[in-house]
Structure formats: structure tokens, C-alpha cells
Design a protein around this ligand. Structure first.
Ligand code: ATP
Ligand code: MG
Length: 500
């Protein structure tokens, strides 16, 4: 009995242990021999204990039973167990106590909770992403037309200042949609090797300057932890989100904010049970505060989009949702440890990569030419948007022929391939998608610059667009200045390659 994996223990009529094997002692968190003589009440909540006393009455009536119980282990952890309890009778058939066989299901329950959480996030992500996609298209028309109104309004008129307000609100909505899309992981980002310690050091400088002196910042950033594949702006955002939350949790009391970055390697032997991480090398970011902490309910919901415990108007509740989206899209994991009135610790694990010699250059040209020259083929299946695109391009000084049917657009291009200087096409269209159209156009004119316009959730990654030969890739909603910049970039590149 002493060797078996299940906990076996016997309690007498007063719930005092008279026997326990090693596995039972482990569940209760006591030293070998440390259970006998103690009372079960030390290890359970008052409520559970009352229930147990009732169950003992049933045992006395000779009934066996099994049920779940929460054990307050002496190590400070709570453990979930399933108990199979049977009455123990002496030789004369009189009740002597209860034999309990306990099966520890703490890990199973944790895994179930993790799975539920993952499924919930997946479902919310799909839903949010779908709404955001449609919403984004609506926004595109609103921002675009408002932009046109502004251009036509005389500068110091009432209309001009009113429309400014419309545009400002539109931009805020655009930001929000972007966050939802980051959360639902439907936004493509170009990932490149990043040394996170550089990003985080930079962010911490900013934080030190903005956090009050009632908050101590302790930094333990190891510079030699290596690189991860990520988007530096997103990493920056993750740390800012975590630290602003930590600050908020300590706003009244003050406290210590600890930010640590280190390399950790998991092999089969050091598998930490609560983390579902594959073997390998990781970079671990720890952000810890001594603030008010979170109760169980808050912990369960904190990653939900729009979940906030802040007063109305103070927070959007998108901070943790965005953080979750970013970390998941990088193949990372977030672990949260929080206790009320003590504080909260976030541990983030990101897969480490071997930094290669190649560090992508990001010297994108910045010049914005306002008066354009050239002729464009513009394709969008939505008439409103095609019209808007046409007006935007004309405003920028380009001449343009626009189509709402990609097949027609292609036929026209086929007949006059040398007529155009560049092509702007929407991605999602019936008959022929933007990428298909681009491929066919590039067969006729391999040199022609193409700008692909997509919604966030469309399945074209920048890499894919590039491999087809598409020069630029912009996302809805279109903003005049972004469109203008994209066009002057492709045309500039064109000139450069000609002059070589
Ligand atoms: N470090 C922390 N300490 C205590 N509670 C936290 C902490 N981090 C997050 N929370 C809880 O999780 C909730 C959601 O956080 P999240 O960052 O998503 O939204 P928010 O901070 O409320 O709003 P926003 O980030 O938009 O200003 C918070 O309202 C808070 O209840
Ligand atoms: Mg927040």
C-alpha cells in the first residue's frame, strides 16, 4: 500500500487520520509520517468540511461513495482530488472509520481549463474578425468620402472643421478595428528577427519617464538571450500593455514593477507541468507587479476583448486581448499568476531563433510626391469604392480608367498593355481575384507596378503578394495619403531600376 500511486488513507470517526501512504501525504503536502494524527479539517474549507461530516454519516449507514474535493495542501497550493470513500468496519461489524482512495486530478483540471480557454479565444477571434472585416469595408467608404469632402471644402469653413471631426472619429474606429484584428490574428505582419532586449530597453526608458515615482522599476534584462521572429512594434506594444496594467493595479498603493528577460531551455527532463510548451529554446519575459491582483473570475475573462474592470470610459479592455493575439501569432504562450492584494505576474514565452547574418532592411522610401504623373488601371468590384478610388487618384494628379469587373479590366489591359503605368486592384472580387488578375497582367507586362488593396482577413500575405510580383500591398480602408505614398514608392522604384 505504501508504494502505490493512488493516495490511500484512513480517518477515524472524528475525521482524524490513522493511516496514510506516501501518495496521500504528497497530496496533502506533508512530510512522510506527517499526516497521521492530524484532522481532515486542517486541509479543507469549512464548507467542504461540513459536507464531509454529512458524508461520514452516510458511511456509518454502510454506503460507499465517490466525490470531488478540494484539498488545501500544506505547500500552499490547492489540489483537486477524486475520493472513493468506503466505510471501514471492525471485526464486530461496527463502524470504525472511512477508507479513502484519492486520485489527484489537479493537472487534468488545469489542462481542461486551458483547452476551454483556447477554444473560447478561437471562437471569439473568429467572430470578432468577421465583424471587423465587414466593418472595415464600411469604414473605408466613410473615411474615403469624408477625405474627399475635406479636400473640396474651403479651409476655414465650418464644413472643413466638421469633417475633420468625422475623420478623427473614423481614424479612432480604424485603430480599434486594427486591434480587434490583431487579437483575432487576422492581420498579417512581416516578421523579422528581432532582439527583444533592445525593444524592451527602449520601452522601459519610455515607461520610466511616464510612470510616477511611487512605482519602482526593477529591470533584469539579459542582453544575451538571443532573437525571436516578431514585429518589433508589436513586441513594444505587448510590454506597454502589460506595464500600463501593472501601473493601474498599483496606482493607489505604489509598488514595484519588475521586468525580466531571460533565455530558458526546455528539454524533456525539465518539463514544467503547467506549461504546454514543446521542448526547445525560449525567451521568457516576466512582468510582475505588487498591485491589487485579480480574483478567479477576472483571471478567467481578462483576455476577452472588451473585458475591463475599469470604470466606464476609462479602458477599452482590448489591452490583454491584443497581447494574447500577438503572442499567439508568434507561437508563444502566456502564463498568469495572480493573487488578490499581493500582485500579478505575467510570464511570456517566445520561441527563440538563431539570429542569422541577415537582418532585413527596412529603409522604405519616405518621400511623398503630391502631384503624380501617369495612368492607372483601377479595379474594385464595389462601385462606390471604384468611384472613390478614381476620385482619389485624380486628385493626386493621375489619370485613371476604372473597372468593377476584373474580367473586363483584364480584357481592356490585354488590348492596350502599354497604355498604363501602374495597376491598383482589390483582392476579393468574383470571377477573378486581385492576385489572379495580377498574375495575368504580369504575364503581359512583367515590369508593371501593381498595388494590391486588401481587407485584413483576406488570405494574401505580403510574402505571397511579393512572390507573385506585386510591388505594394495596402490595407483597407484606403486613406488618400497612404495611397499616394504607395504609388510614389512603386513609381520611384520603377525609375531607379530603369536607370541602373
Ligand atoms: N497587472 C494586473 N493587475 C490586476 N489586474 C489586471 C492586470 N492586468 C490586467 N488586469 C485585469 O484585466 C482586465 C483587462 O485588461 P486589459 O488591459 O485588457 O483592459 P484594461 O486595462 O481594463 O483597459 P485598457 O487596456 O483598454 O486601458 C483589467 O481591467 C483588469 O481587471
Ligand atoms: Mg490595459
Amino acid at each position: 500500500v505504501s508504494q502505490i500511486g493512488e493516495g490511500v488513507s484512513i480517518v477515524d470517526e472524528e475525521e482524524r487520520f490513522v493511516f496514510a501512504n506516501a501518495a496521500a501525504e504528497k497530496v496533502f503536502g506533508v512530510k512522510p509520517g506527517g499526516l497521521v494524527g492530524r484532522n481532515l479539517s486542517e486541509f479543507t474549507s469549512v464548507k467542504d468540511y461540513t459536507k464531509l461530516m454529512q458524508k461520514t454519516q452516510e458511511r456509518k449507514a454502510g454506503k460507499a461513495d465517490h466525490y470531488e474535493l478540494e484539498i488545501l495542501s500544506k505547500t500552499g497550493m490547492t489540489r483537486q482530488i477524486i475520493v472513493t470513500a468506503s466505510p471501514l468496519l471492525n471485526r464486530n461489524g461496527e463502524f470504525e472509520g472511512v477508507l479513502g482512495i484519492t486520485h489527484d486530478i489537479t493537472e487534468t483540471r488545469e489542462l481542461e481549463a486551458q483547452l476551454r480557454q483556447a477554444q473560447k479565444m478561437e471562437a471569439i477571434g473568429t467572430l470578432a474578425g468577421g465583424i471587423a472585416h465587414d466593418f472595415n469595408n464600411i469604414l473605408m467608404a466613410m473615411i474615403g468620402y469624408a477625405d474627399m469632402v475635406r479636400l473640396n471644402a474651403s479651409e476655414d469653413s465650418q464644413i472643413s472643421s466638421d469633417i475633420e471631426a468625422v475623420l478623427k472619429a473614423g481614424m479612432r474606429a480604424k485603430e480599434l478595428v486594427k486591434q480587434i484584428l490583431v487579437f483575432s490574428r487576422q492581420m498579417d505582419h512581416e516578421l523579422k528577427p528581432v532582439m527583444p532586449h533592445l525593444v524592451f530597453k527602449e520601452a522601459l526608458k519610455l515607461l520610466r519617464a511616464s510612470l510616477p515615482s511611487t512605482i519602482d522599476i526593477v529591470q533584469e534584462i539579459h542582453a544575451d538571450c538571443g532573437a525571436v521572429l516578431a514585429d518589433p512594434t508589436q513586441l513594444h506594444q505587448v510590454l506597454m500593455n502589460l506595464c500600463t496594467n501593472a501601473h493601474y493595479a498599483m496606482r493607489n498603493s505604489g509598488g514595484t514593477l519588475t521586468v525580466a528577460l531571460q533565455r530558458v531551455d526546455f528539454d524533456a527532463s525539465v518539463k514544467e507541468s503547467h506549461l504546454q510548451l514543446a521542448e526547445g529554446s525560449y525567451i521568457k519575459l516576466t512582468v510582475s507587479d505588487t498591485g491589487h491582483g485579480m480574483d478567479k473570475k477576472t483571471q478567467e475573462r481578462m483576455f476577452d476583448p472588451f473585458f475591463t474592470t475599469k470604470p466606464v470610459g476609462e479602458g477599452t479592455g482590448m489591452g490583454m486581448a491584443t497581447t494574447h493575439g500577438i503572442i499567439s501569432s508568434l507561437g508563444g504562450t502566456i502564463n498568469v499568476i495572480s493573487e488578490e492584494n499581493i500582485g500579478t505576474t505575467f510570464e511570456i514565452y517566445l520561441p527563440r531563433i538563431e539570429p542569422q547574418a541577415f537582418w532585413g532592411d527596412d529603409g522604405a522610401g519616405q518621400s511623398i510626391e503630391t502631384r503624380g504623373k501617369g495612368k492607372a488601371l483601377y479595379v474594385d468590384d464595389e462601385e462606390q469604392i471604384a468611384l472613390l478610388g478614381q476620385r482619389m487618384l485624380e486628385h493626386l494628379g493621375y489619370s485613371i480608367i476604372s473597372f468593377t469587373k476584373s474580367t473586363e479590366a483584364f480584357r481592356h489591359f490585354q488590348a492596350n498593355p502599354m497604355d498604363f503605368d501602374f495597376v491598383i486592384t482589390d483582392q476579393t472580387m468574383p470571377d477573378m481575384t486581385g492576385t489572379e488578375l495580377s498574375q495575368r497582367i504580369l504575364q503581359l507586362r512583367p515590369d508593371i507596378p501593381i498595388i494590391l488593396v486588401t481587407g485584413y482577413s483576406e488570405q494574401v500575405t505580403p510574402e505571397k503578394a511579393k512572390s507573385i510580383g506585386i510591388k505594394e500591398y495596402i490595407m483597407k480602408p484606403l486613406v488618400l495619403s497612404e495611397l499616394g505614398e504607395a504609388i510614389s514608392r512603386v513609381l520611384e522604384r520603377e525609375q531607379k531600376s530603369e536607370s541602373i
